[in-house]
Design a protein around this ligand. Structure first.
Ligand code: NDP
Length: 248
């Protein structure tokens, strides 16, 4: 176990499964107290974190990132419990894929509300606290398709492209308070979200990835760790592709 984040508090949205859970485990492994904010939180009898060394550092808090009231309540609960928030990882995200001609307004709205508005609401709630602390790290989880686009994902790619604009604007707006904002653009990651892809779609991705494999959630969590570590003290407003070369 590392000690790089000892004394720090982190919030990870969508932190109870997939990439979010790997980020929760990585940050706790560096000594941070981590709050996994999620829509559905594991039942008490479920084993959420197996590693005994970090179990006590992780807590789950229910949130709907699309709702301002829910986000503020969750952030207040974290503050009551921990007294500070040093790191925010905007990871919660959904897909509702369809071709433009068939895409409903509801499919557009739900993806934009979760992926883009959700990050806006969480950042707004947390940035006030970080500004008072005069330090903070925010990492947004975007996607390769926010940079290169993807047929059938007009809603999802727009939300992820929007996150890039948000990241750069916030880096400029919050830099003077020593709050650093960056974005990670994963490619194809093996998680519950991508389990619903067809075998053909999975093969297509692997064929086009120079490293010839999908990412594990840990691959993404390692990059998050870099952005929140002291080694990234002078890096803000950046987009880091963690995609095995997919977007080259
Ligand atoms: P998962 O579907 O496995 O996990 C997403 C998490 O977000 C779930 O825990 C889900 O909660 C939570 N969530 C969804 N809506 C809300 C909401 N309204 N409020 C709070 N939490 C919510 O996805 P991944 O781990 O694969 O993806 C994580 C992030 O990485 C997403 O932003 C995704 O877009 C991005 N990404 C993923 C890639 C991949 O290949 N997997 C590639 C590129 C980017 P619940 O389960 O309770 O509904």
């Amino acid at each position: 176990m590392g000690i790089g984040l000892t004394g720090k508090t982190a919030i990870v949205t969508g932190g109870c499964r997939g990439i979010g859970k790997a980020i929760v485990e990585r940050l706790a492994n560096e000594g941070a107290k981590v709050y996994a904010l999620d829509y559905v939180i594991p039942k008490p009898e479920e084993v959420f974190i197996e590693d005994k060394d970090i179990k006590d550092l992780v807590k789950c808090v229910q949130v709907d990132v699309t709702q301002d009231g829910s986000v503020n309540e969750a952030v207040q609960n974290v503050m009551k419990d921990s007294g500070r928030i040093d790191i925010l990882i905007n990871n919660a995200g959904i897909t509702r894929d369809n071709l433009l001609m068939r895409m409903s307004e509801q499919e557009w709205d739900s993806v934009l509300n979760t992926n883009l508005k959700g990050a806006f609401l969480c950042t707004k709630a947390v940035s006030r606290i970080m500004m008072n602390q005069r330090s903070g790290r925010i990492v947004n989880i975007g996607s390769v398709v926010g940079v290169i686009g993807n047929a059938g994902q007009v809603n999802y790619s727009s939300s992820k492209a929007g996150l890039i604009g948000m990241t750069k604007s916030l880096a400029k707006e919050l830099g003077s308070r020593n709050i650093l904002v960056n974005l990670i653009a994963p490619g194809y990651v093996i998680t519950p979200m991508t389990r619903k892809l067809t075998d053909e779609q999975k093969e297509y991705y692997i064929k086009n990835i120079p490293l010839k494999r999908g990412a594990t959630p840990k691959d993404i969590a390692n990059a998050v760790w870099f952005f929140v570590s002291d080694d990234a003290d002078y890096i803000t407003g950046q987009v880091l592709h963690v995609d095995g070369g997919l977007a080259i």
